[in-house]
Write a protein that binds this ligand. Structure first.
Ligand code: NIG
Ligand code: FE
Length: 426
Protein backbone atom coordinates (compact mmCIF):
# COMPACT_ATOMS: atom_id res chain seq x y z
CA UNK A 1 0.00 0.00 0.00
CA UNK A 2 2.73 2.43 0.95
CA UNK A 3 5.64 3.42 -1.22
CA UNK A 4 9.09 3.13 0.35
CA UNK A 5 10.61 6.39 1.50
CA UNK A 6 14.17 7.57 1.98
CA UNK A 7 15.77 10.13 4.25
CA UNK A 8 15.45 13.70 3.00
CA UNK A 9 18.70 14.72 4.69
CA UNK A 10 20.69 16.85 2.29
CA UNK A 11 21.03 20.27 0.70
CA UNK A 12 18.10 21.08 -1.57
CA UNK A 13 19.36 23.79 -3.92
CA UNK A 14 17.85 26.06 -6.55
CA UNK A 15 14.35 26.45 -5.13
CA UNK A 16 11.92 29.35 -5.36
CA UNK A 17 10.37 29.89 -1.94
CA UNK A 18 6.62 30.56 -2.17
CA UNK A 19 6.12 34.18 -1.04
CA UNK A 20 5.10 34.52 2.59
CA UNK A 21 5.48 30.83 3.40
CA UNK A 22 9.16 30.72 4.35
CA UNK A 23 11.39 32.48 6.88
CA UNK A 24 14.97 32.38 5.57
CA UNK A 25 17.90 32.54 8.00
CA UNK A 26 19.77 34.70 5.50
CA UNK A 27 17.80 37.23 3.41
CA UNK A 28 17.32 36.30 -0.22
CA UNK A 29 18.29 38.95 -2.75
CA UNK A 30 15.49 39.47 -5.30
CA UNK A 31 15.50 36.79 -7.97
CA UNK A 32 18.03 34.58 -6.17
CA UNK A 33 17.23 30.89 -5.76
CA UNK A 34 17.04 29.41 -2.30
CA UNK A 35 18.37 26.32 -0.59
CA UNK A 36 17.10 24.40 2.41
CA UNK A 37 19.29 22.13 4.49
CA UNK A 38 17.75 19.02 6.04
CA UNK A 39 19.66 17.12 8.69
CA UNK A 40 18.34 14.55 11.11
CA UNK A 41 14.91 15.07 9.58
CA UNK A 42 14.88 18.74 10.60
CA UNK A 43 15.18 21.94 8.58
CA UNK A 44 18.56 23.32 9.67
CA UNK A 45 19.08 26.29 7.38
CA UNK A 46 17.12 28.29 4.78
CA UNK A 47 18.76 30.93 2.60
CA UNK A 48 20.34 31.75 -0.78
CA UNK A 49 21.73 28.76 -2.70
CA UNK A 50 25.01 30.62 -3.06
CA UNK A 51 25.38 31.05 0.70
CA UNK A 52 24.87 27.51 2.05
CA UNK A 53 27.27 27.18 4.99
CA UNK A 54 30.32 25.05 4.13
CA UNK A 55 29.55 22.79 7.09
CA UNK A 56 26.76 21.19 5.00
CA UNK A 57 28.91 20.43 1.93
CA UNK A 58 29.21 16.73 2.79
CA UNK A 59 25.44 16.18 2.78
CA UNK A 60 23.72 14.75 -0.33
CA UNK A 61 23.09 17.57 -2.81
CA UNK A 62 19.77 17.88 -4.67
CA UNK A 63 19.17 20.32 -7.53
CA UNK A 64 15.57 21.57 -7.39
CA UNK A 65 15.99 23.15 -10.84
CA UNK A 66 13.95 26.22 -9.87
CA UNK A 67 11.00 24.29 -8.43
CA UNK A 68 8.55 26.23 -6.28
CA UNK A 69 8.84 25.26 -2.60
CA UNK A 70 5.94 25.44 -0.17
CA UNK A 71 5.54 24.06 3.32
CA UNK A 72 3.83 20.69 3.52
CA UNK A 73 0.08 21.18 3.22
CA UNK A 74 -2.10 20.95 6.31
CA UNK A 75 -5.70 19.71 6.12
CA UNK A 76 -7.12 21.04 9.38
CA UNK A 77 -10.72 19.75 9.30
CA UNK A 78 -11.66 16.23 8.17
CA UNK A 79 -14.04 13.45 9.07
CA UNK A 80 -11.85 10.88 7.30
CA UNK A 81 -12.82 7.72 9.20
CA UNK A 82 -16.32 6.36 8.54
CA UNK A 83 -18.19 3.39 7.10
CA UNK A 84 -20.28 3.47 3.93
CA UNK A 85 -20.87 6.44 1.66
CA UNK A 86 -23.87 8.68 0.92
CA UNK A 87 -24.19 8.93 -2.85
CA UNK A 88 -27.92 8.33 -2.36
CA UNK A 89 -28.18 11.70 -0.60
CA UNK A 90 -26.35 13.34 -3.46
CA UNK A 91 -29.12 12.02 -5.70
CA UNK A 92 -31.79 13.16 -3.22
CA UNK A 93 -30.38 16.66 -3.19
CA UNK A 94 -30.33 16.69 -7.00
CA UNK A 95 -34.04 15.86 -6.78
CA UNK A 96 -34.58 18.89 -4.54
CA UNK A 97 -34.16 17.70 -0.92
CA UNK A 98 -32.15 19.95 1.43
CA UNK A 99 -29.41 18.88 3.89
CA UNK A 100 -31.76 19.67 6.76
CA UNK A 101 -34.64 17.70 5.24
CA UNK A 102 -32.44 14.67 4.69
CA UNK A 103 -31.15 14.87 8.28
CA UNK A 104 -34.65 15.23 9.67
CA UNK A 105 -35.78 12.18 7.64
CA UNK A 106 -33.17 10.03 9.41
CA UNK A 107 -30.50 10.27 6.72
CA UNK A 108 -27.47 12.49 6.93
CA UNK A 109 -24.95 12.01 9.71
CA UNK A 110 -27.03 9.26 11.35
CA UNK A 111 -26.82 7.05 8.27
CA UNK A 112 -23.01 7.24 8.42
CA UNK A 113 -23.28 6.44 12.13
CA UNK A 114 -25.05 3.17 11.33
CA UNK A 115 -22.42 2.19 8.76
CA UNK A 116 -19.58 3.15 11.09
CA UNK A 117 -20.96 1.25 14.05
CA UNK A 118 -21.22 -1.98 12.07
CA UNK A 119 -17.67 -1.69 10.68
CA UNK A 120 -14.70 -3.20 12.53
CA UNK A 121 -11.63 -1.15 13.37
CA UNK A 122 -9.69 -2.95 10.63
CA UNK A 123 -12.46 -2.32 8.13
CA UNK A 124 -12.52 1.40 8.99
CA UNK A 125 -8.75 1.54 8.63
CA UNK A 126 -8.91 -0.13 5.22
CA UNK A 127 -11.57 2.36 4.07
CA UNK A 128 -9.75 5.43 5.36
CA UNK A 129 -6.25 4.47 4.14
CA UNK A 130 -6.77 5.22 0.43
CA UNK A 131 -8.54 8.47 1.31
CA UNK A 132 -5.53 9.53 3.35
CA UNK A 133 -3.17 8.38 0.59
CA UNK A 134 -4.97 10.59 -1.93
CA UNK A 135 -4.48 13.63 0.31
CA UNK A 136 -0.84 12.76 1.01
CA UNK A 137 -0.12 12.31 -2.71
CA UNK A 138 -1.03 15.95 -3.19
CA UNK A 139 1.39 17.17 -0.50
CA UNK A 140 -0.54 16.98 2.77
CA UNK A 141 1.89 16.53 5.68
CA UNK A 142 -0.51 16.97 8.62
CA UNK A 143 -4.19 16.29 8.99
CA UNK A 144 -6.91 16.61 11.58
CA UNK A 145 -9.30 13.66 11.86
CA UNK A 146 -12.54 13.89 13.83
CA UNK A 147 -14.66 11.21 15.42
CA UNK A 148 -18.41 11.80 15.38
CA UNK A 149 -19.80 8.88 13.39
CA UNK A 150 -19.75 6.52 16.39
CA UNK A 151 -21.77 8.52 18.94
CA UNK A 152 -21.22 5.81 21.55
CA UNK A 153 -18.07 5.24 23.57
CA UNK A 154 -16.87 2.07 21.86
CA UNK A 155 -17.54 3.39 18.36
CA UNK A 156 -16.02 6.83 18.94
CA UNK A 157 -12.99 5.01 20.39
CA UNK A 158 -12.81 2.87 17.27
CA UNK A 159 -12.71 5.94 15.01
CA UNK A 160 -10.07 7.70 17.09
CA UNK A 161 -7.90 4.60 17.32
CA UNK A 162 -8.02 4.28 13.53
CA UNK A 163 -6.99 7.94 13.23
CA UNK A 164 -3.95 7.35 15.47
CA UNK A 165 -3.05 4.20 13.55
CA UNK A 166 -3.25 6.07 10.23
CA UNK A 167 -0.74 8.60 11.54
CA UNK A 168 1.74 5.92 12.60
CA UNK A 169 1.33 3.76 9.50
CA UNK A 170 1.64 6.58 6.98
CA UNK A 171 4.23 8.71 8.79
CA UNK A 172 2.00 11.76 8.87
CA UNK A 173 1.05 14.11 11.70
CA UNK A 174 -2.52 13.30 12.73
CA UNK A 175 -4.40 15.45 15.24
CA UNK A 176 -7.49 13.76 16.61
CA UNK A 177 -10.62 15.67 17.51
CA UNK A 178 -13.42 14.19 19.61
CA UNK A 179 -16.75 15.15 18.00
CA UNK A 180 -19.09 13.08 20.15
CA UNK A 181 -21.55 15.98 19.94
CA UNK A 182 -21.94 15.73 16.16
CA UNK A 183 -25.55 14.48 16.06
CA UNK A 184 -28.05 12.95 18.44
CA UNK A 185 -27.81 9.15 18.16
CA UNK A 186 -31.19 7.52 17.42
CA UNK A 187 -31.31 5.76 20.79
CA UNK A 188 -31.28 9.19 22.49
CA UNK A 189 -34.09 10.68 20.38
CA UNK A 190 -35.83 13.35 22.46
CA UNK A 191 -33.14 13.07 25.17
CA UNK A 192 -30.55 15.50 23.99
CA UNK A 193 -29.52 16.54 27.51
CA UNK A 194 -28.97 12.93 28.54
CA UNK A 195 -26.73 12.40 25.55
CA UNK A 196 -24.69 15.53 26.25
CA UNK A 197 -24.28 14.35 29.86
CA UNK A 198 -22.95 11.04 28.52
CA UNK A 199 -20.55 12.87 26.17
CA UNK A 200 -19.23 15.07 29.00
CA UNK A 201 -19.23 12.66 31.92
CA UNK A 202 -18.28 9.36 30.31
CA UNK A 203 -17.17 9.44 26.70
CA UNK A 204 -14.80 12.41 26.73
CA UNK A 205 -13.06 11.60 30.04
CA UNK A 206 -12.55 7.96 29.03
CA UNK A 207 -11.19 8.73 25.56
CA UNK A 208 -8.99 11.54 26.87
CA UNK A 209 -7.55 9.17 29.48
CA UNK A 210 -6.67 6.77 26.68
CA UNK A 211 -4.70 9.52 24.93
CA UNK A 212 -7.03 9.55 21.96
CA UNK A 213 -8.15 13.19 22.07
CA UNK A 214 -6.10 16.22 20.98
CA UNK A 215 -9.08 18.61 20.76
CA UNK A 216 -12.85 18.71 21.24
CA UNK A 217 -15.44 19.85 18.68
CA UNK A 218 -19.24 20.26 18.64
CA UNK A 219 -21.75 20.73 15.81
CA UNK A 220 -23.63 23.79 17.13
CA UNK A 221 -26.64 24.16 14.89
CA UNK A 222 -30.43 23.96 14.97
CA UNK A 223 -30.21 20.43 13.47
CA UNK A 224 -27.56 19.44 16.02
CA UNK A 225 -26.76 20.95 19.46
CA UNK A 226 -27.73 24.20 21.18
CA UNK A 227 -25.48 26.89 22.51
CA UNK A 228 -26.04 25.71 26.09
CA UNK A 229 -25.20 22.09 25.18
CA UNK A 230 -22.12 23.29 23.31
CA UNK A 231 -20.96 25.21 26.36
CA UNK A 232 -21.41 22.14 28.55
CA UNK A 233 -19.07 20.19 26.26
CA UNK A 234 -16.58 23.07 26.23
CA UNK A 235 -16.56 23.12 30.03
CA UNK A 236 -15.85 19.39 30.12
CA UNK A 237 -13.00 19.88 27.65
CA UNK A 238 -11.62 22.77 29.68
CA UNK A 239 -11.60 20.66 32.84
CA UNK A 240 -9.45 18.12 31.01
CA UNK A 241 -7.15 20.82 29.62
CA UNK A 242 -8.18 20.10 26.03
CA UNK A 243 -8.52 22.84 23.39
CA UNK A 244 -11.87 23.32 21.66
CA UNK A 245 -13.07 24.12 18.14
CA UNK A 246 -16.54 24.44 16.70
CA UNK A 247 -18.71 23.68 13.66
CA UNK A 248 -20.34 27.09 13.82
CA UNK A 249 -22.83 29.27 11.94
CA UNK A 250 -23.06 26.92 8.94
CA UNK A 251 -26.83 27.09 8.48
CA UNK A 252 -27.80 29.87 10.87
CA UNK A 253 -26.22 32.39 13.24
CA UNK A 254 -26.37 30.63 16.60
CA UNK A 255 -23.69 32.77 18.26
CA UNK A 256 -21.50 29.68 18.54
CA UNK A 257 -18.35 31.40 17.35
CA UNK A 258 -18.45 34.04 20.09
CA UNK A 259 -18.99 31.30 22.66
CA UNK A 260 -16.10 29.26 21.25
CA UNK A 261 -13.87 32.33 21.29
CA UNK A 262 -14.67 32.81 24.99
CA UNK A 263 -13.24 29.32 25.52
CA UNK A 264 -10.11 30.27 23.55
CA UNK A 265 -11.08 28.04 20.61
CA UNK A 266 -8.40 27.03 18.14
CA UNK A 267 -10.88 27.53 15.30
CA UNK A 268 -14.45 28.13 14.24
CA UNK A 269 -15.30 26.25 11.08
CA UNK A 270 -17.83 26.82 8.23
CA UNK A 271 -19.02 30.25 9.55
CA UNK A 272 -21.09 31.21 6.50
CA UNK A 273 -23.54 33.04 8.81
CA UNK A 274 -20.92 34.54 11.16
CA UNK A 275 -21.85 37.98 12.58
CA UNK A 276 -19.56 40.95 13.20
CA UNK A 277 -19.79 40.24 16.92
CA UNK A 278 -18.52 36.72 16.24
CA UNK A 279 -15.67 38.07 14.11
CA UNK A 280 -14.66 40.52 16.85
CA UNK A 281 -14.69 37.77 19.47
CA UNK A 282 -12.57 35.49 17.28
CA UNK A 283 -10.10 38.28 16.58
CA UNK A 284 -9.72 39.01 20.29
CA UNK A 285 -9.17 35.33 21.09
CA UNK A 286 -6.81 34.58 18.20
CA UNK A 287 -9.26 31.98 16.88
CA UNK A 288 -8.75 30.82 13.28
CA UNK A 289 -11.63 30.99 10.76
CA UNK A 290 -11.68 27.67 8.89
CA UNK A 291 -13.35 28.00 5.48
CA UNK A 292 -14.86 24.88 3.95
CA UNK A 293 -15.76 25.58 0.32
CA UNK A 294 -16.37 21.88 -0.43
CA UNK A 295 -19.41 21.73 1.86
CA UNK A 296 -20.60 25.12 0.57
CA UNK A 297 -20.34 23.81 -2.99
CA UNK A 298 -21.99 20.44 -2.35
CA UNK A 299 -24.92 22.00 -0.51
CA UNK A 300 -25.22 24.72 -3.19
CA UNK A 301 -25.09 27.23 -0.39
CA UNK A 302 -25.40 30.86 -1.42
CA UNK A 303 -24.30 32.55 1.80
CA UNK A 304 -20.59 33.29 1.41
CA UNK A 305 -18.62 33.57 4.69
CA UNK A 306 -17.87 37.23 5.59
CA UNK A 307 -14.42 37.20 4.02
CA UNK A 308 -13.94 40.97 3.70
CA UNK A 309 -14.85 41.49 7.37
CA UNK A 310 -12.59 38.64 8.53
CA UNK A 311 -9.77 40.12 6.46
CA UNK A 312 -10.37 43.61 7.82
CA UNK A 313 -10.36 42.27 11.38
CA UNK A 314 -7.14 40.35 10.80
CA UNK A 315 -8.65 36.96 11.68
CA UNK A 316 -6.41 34.24 10.19
CA UNK A 317 -8.29 32.23 7.56
CA UNK A 318 -7.58 28.54 6.94
CA UNK A 319 -9.02 26.41 4.15
CA UNK A 320 -9.76 22.70 4.48
CA UNK A 321 -11.43 19.81 2.67
CA UNK A 322 -13.94 19.02 5.48
CA UNK A 323 -13.69 15.55 3.93
CA UNK A 324 -16.89 13.73 4.96
CA UNK A 325 -19.34 11.39 3.24
CA UNK A 326 -22.30 13.78 3.39
CA UNK A 327 -21.37 17.31 2.48
CA UNK A 328 -17.81 17.14 1.18
CA UNK A 329 -16.64 13.83 -0.31
CA UNK A 330 -13.53 15.66 -1.49
CA UNK A 331 -9.94 14.43 -1.48
CA UNK A 332 -8.07 17.42 -2.88
CA UNK A 333 -6.86 20.28 -0.71
CA UNK A 334 -5.63 22.14 -3.80
CA UNK A 335 -9.16 22.04 -5.21
CA UNK A 336 -10.32 23.64 -1.97
CA UNK A 337 -7.72 26.40 -2.43
CA UNK A 338 -9.11 26.92 -5.92
CA UNK A 339 -12.69 27.05 -4.65
CA UNK A 340 -11.75 29.37 -1.77
CA UNK A 341 -10.55 31.81 -4.42
CA UNK A 342 -13.29 31.29 -6.98
CA UNK A 343 -16.29 30.96 -4.63
CA UNK A 344 -15.16 32.96 -1.59
CA UNK A 345 -12.85 35.48 -3.33
CA UNK A 346 -9.75 34.77 -1.29
CA UNK A 347 -6.56 36.03 -2.87
CA UNK A 348 -4.05 33.40 -3.94
CA UNK A 349 -1.64 34.22 -1.07
CA UNK A 350 -4.57 33.95 1.37
CA UNK A 351 -5.60 30.57 -0.05
CA UNK A 352 -2.04 29.23 0.11
CA UNK A 353 -1.57 30.47 3.68
CA UNK A 354 -4.97 28.90 4.36
CA UNK A 355 -3.77 25.40 3.48
CA UNK A 356 -0.41 25.82 5.25
CA UNK A 357 0.39 28.46 7.88
CA UNK A 358 -3.11 29.23 9.12
CA UNK A 359 -4.22 25.60 8.92
CA UNK A 360 -1.31 24.72 11.21
CA UNK A 361 -2.50 27.41 13.64
CA UNK A 362 -6.02 25.95 13.57
CA UNK A 363 -4.45 22.76 14.96
CA UNK A 364 -2.27 24.57 17.51
CA UNK A 365 0.79 23.46 15.52
CA UNK A 366 1.93 26.87 14.31
CA UNK A 367 5.37 26.46 15.88
CA UNK A 368 6.23 23.27 14.02
CA UNK A 369 4.21 23.17 10.79
CA UNK A 370 3.00 25.43 8.01
CA UNK A 371 6.18 27.42 7.30
CA UNK A 372 9.57 26.63 5.76
CA UNK A 373 11.88 27.72 8.56
CA UNK A 374 14.87 26.21 10.32
CA UNK A 375 14.30 24.38 13.59
CA UNK A 376 11.14 22.68 12.30
CA UNK A 377 10.63 19.09 11.14
CA UNK A 378 11.27 18.87 7.39
CA UNK A 379 7.87 19.04 5.72
CA UNK A 380 7.90 20.71 2.32
CA UNK A 381 6.70 20.24 -1.23
CA UNK A 382 8.50 21.07 -4.47
CA UNK A 383 6.16 21.90 -7.34
CA UNK A 384 6.79 21.92 -11.10
CA UNK A 385 5.08 25.28 -11.62
CA UNK A 386 6.23 28.68 -12.83
CA UNK A 387 4.34 30.67 -10.23
CA UNK A 388 2.62 30.09 -6.90
CA UNK A 389 -0.76 31.12 -8.31
CA UNK A 390 -0.75 27.90 -10.35
CA UNK A 391 -1.38 25.92 -7.17
CA UNK A 392 -4.82 27.49 -6.90
CA UNK A 393 -5.39 27.99 -10.62
CA UNK A 394 -5.38 24.44 -11.98
CA UNK A 395 -8.18 22.20 -10.82
CA UNK A 396 -8.88 18.51 -11.29
CA UNK A 397 -5.14 18.04 -11.76
CA UNK A 398 -2.49 16.63 -9.48
CA UNK A 399 0.94 18.18 -10.15
CA UNK A 400 3.89 15.75 -10.03
CA UNK A 401 5.34 17.15 -6.84
CA UNK A 402 8.32 16.03 -4.79
CA UNK A 403 7.09 15.67 -1.23
CA UNK A 404 9.22 15.67 1.92
CA UNK A 405 7.16 14.59 4.90
CA UNK A 406 8.50 14.16 8.43
CA UNK A 407 12.06 14.26 7.12
CA UNK A 408 11.49 11.56 4.49
CA UNK A 409 11.13 11.82 0.73
CA UNK A 410 7.58 10.47 0.55
CA UNK A 411 7.26 11.04 -3.17
CA UNK A 412 9.75 12.20 -5.79
CA UNK A 413 7.33 13.21 -8.50
CA UNK A 414 9.78 15.75 -9.96
CA UNK A 415 12.54 13.15 -10.11
CA UNK A 416 14.90 15.42 -8.19
CA UNK A 417 16.51 12.71 -6.10
CA UNK A 418 16.62 10.16 -8.90
CA UNK A 419 18.29 12.68 -11.22
CA UNK A 420 21.07 13.37 -8.74
CA UNK A 421 21.81 9.77 -7.88
CA UNK A 422 22.35 11.34 -4.47
CA UNK A 423 23.22 9.28 -1.45
CA UNK A 424 20.22 8.46 0.71
CA UNK A 425 19.95 6.72 4.00
CA UNK A 426 17.61 3.74 4.03
O1 NIG B 1 -18.58 19.49 8.52
N1 NIG B 1 -21.58 19.99 9.69
C1 NIG B 1 -21.46 18.90 10.25
N2 NIG B 1 -20.57 17.98 9.96
C2 NIG B 1 -20.08 17.73 8.65
C3 NIG B 1 -21.06 17.00 7.82
C4 NIG B 1 -21.17 15.64 8.28
C5 NIG B 1 -22.10 14.79 7.48
O2 NIG B 1 -23.03 15.28 6.81
O3 NIG B 1 -21.85 13.58 7.56
C6 NIG B 1 -19.56 18.98 8.01
O4 NIG B 1 -20.06 19.46 6.99
FE1 FE C 1 -17.03 19.12 9.36
Amino acid sequence: MMSPTSSADGVWRNLRLAPGLAVPDVALPAGELAAVVVQGGMLRWVGPTGAVPAAHAALPQHDGGGALATPGLVDCHTHLVYGGQRANEFAMRLAGASYEEIAQAGGGIVSSVNATRTASEDALFALAAPRLQALLDEGVCAIEIKSGYGLALEHERKQLRVARRLGKTFGVTVRTTFLGAHALPPEYAGRSQDYINLVCQEMLPALAAEGLVDAVDVFCERIAFTLAETEQVFRAAQQLGLPVKLHAEQISDMGGSALAARYGALSCDHIEHLSQAGIDAMQAAGTVAVLLPGAYYTLRDTQVPPIAQLRAAGVPMAVSTDHNPGTSPCLSLLLMANMACTLFRLTVPEALAGITTHAARALGLQDSLGLIASGRPANFVLWPVAEAAELAYWFGHKPAATIVRQGRVANDGMGICAAQGARHGA
